[in-house]
Design a protein around this ligand. Structure first.
Ligand code: HEM
Length: 275
């Protein structure tokens, strides 16, 4: 190959790689923005549902209306914020690892706090009901829901101790990371299934599908948005072409595949829901 043709070959391949990277980057951004739009639409719809069709909001002064905070806060906390917190390693793959870890833990803590207020609202609405309190934890939704919040709390604590403070050794972190990822995704999946169960339970109780046509439509659109949001989050997490090369100097960056193969992660890409 002449010097001229090898130079043009290098130029072509650099351009091709660059264009390919740009397209992948753009693809990831489009899906992340789409997930935000759909997630926000689900919040608007559950807000309209609880605010207009289910009677509005109150705190302990009106236990029936206090209940309406439960679906809204659970969706904000355990679906929207949780879903976004497991995306941060993808969205900020070029930001220093420690900062992303802190963001991940902070968003999850916020999600857990908002979810806990949502739980308090539903327990209050049962315990303070007039003329007499309603029994707690009767339905499948309530059992699964309590399980999710307990698992979430444990997962947060184990993650914090292992990856942030006091922070385990590199070997121990690598050993625990696949378990952390597994439970992170499982909790999200269970939360999505449980929101759909709770939605059907409340919509049936309110006769949403037989009173006004619009009531049923609001409920259905909310449910579809939750499903689409979950599909997008899982897609962004699992699509390999959205994984990007780790930033320089991130010494504790371990991929799921490398952990399994026992390899050094020097040439690894940003992993699926990182530590
Ligand atoms: C991941 C999110 C959610 C979790 C973890 C969760 C958890 C719970 C728990 C633990 C209870 C039982 C409270 C008690 O027995 O006093 C409950 C009750 C209830 N939730 Fe949820 N919930 C979630 C989302 C939703 C949503 C989005 C709706 C409706 C749109 C909903 C509707 C209900 C209803 C109707 C009850 C009362 C009846 C029952 O105890 O099953 N929940 N929820």
């Amino acid at each position: 190959m002449s010097q001229e043709s090898s130079w043009s070959w290098i130029q072509d391949s650099i351009t091709e790689d660059l264009i390919e990277d740009l397209i992948e980057d753009l693809g990831a951004r489009v899906f992340v923005i789409l997930a935000q739009l759909i997630g926000l639409t689900s919040l608007i719809f559950v807000g309209i549902w609880m605010g207009s069709y289910a009677g509005g909001f109150a705190w302990q002064s009106d236990p029936d209306l206090e209940f309406n905070l439960h679906p809204l806060l659970m969706t904000i906390g355990i679906i929207f914020l949780y879903g976004n917190s497991i995306l941060v390693y993808r969205v900020f793959s070029d930001v220093q690892k420690l900062k992303v870890k802190i963001l991940h833990a902070t968003l999850l803590a916020l999600s857990l706090i908002i979810g806990s207020v949502g739980l308090k609202a539903v327990f209050d609405s049962h315990n303070l009901a007039k003329p007499k309190p309603h029994a707690n934890l009767q339905s499948l939704h309530s059992w699964v829901g309590l399980g999710i919040v307990i698992l979430f709390g444990l997962q947060w604590l184990c993650g914090f101790i292992s990856f942030l403070y006091p922070k385990l050794s590199k070997e121990a972190r690598s050993f625990y990371l696949p378990t952390h990822k597994f439970w992170g995704i499982t909790i999200f999946f269970l939360a999505v299934a449980n929101v759909l169960m709770g939605t059907m339970e409340y919509a049936t109780e309110l006769n949403a599908f037989s009173t006004y046509k619009s009531h049923g439509i609001i409920v259905n659109v909310f449910g579809i948005c939750i499903i689409l949001f979950a599909i997008l989050i899982i897609y962004i997490l699992t699509e390999r072409s959205f994984e990007r090369v780790k930033p320089d100097g991130d010494d504790d960056h371990i991929t799921l595949m490398n952990v399994r193969n026992g390899l050094n992660d020097d040439e690894s890409r940003t992993p699926l829901m990182d530590e």
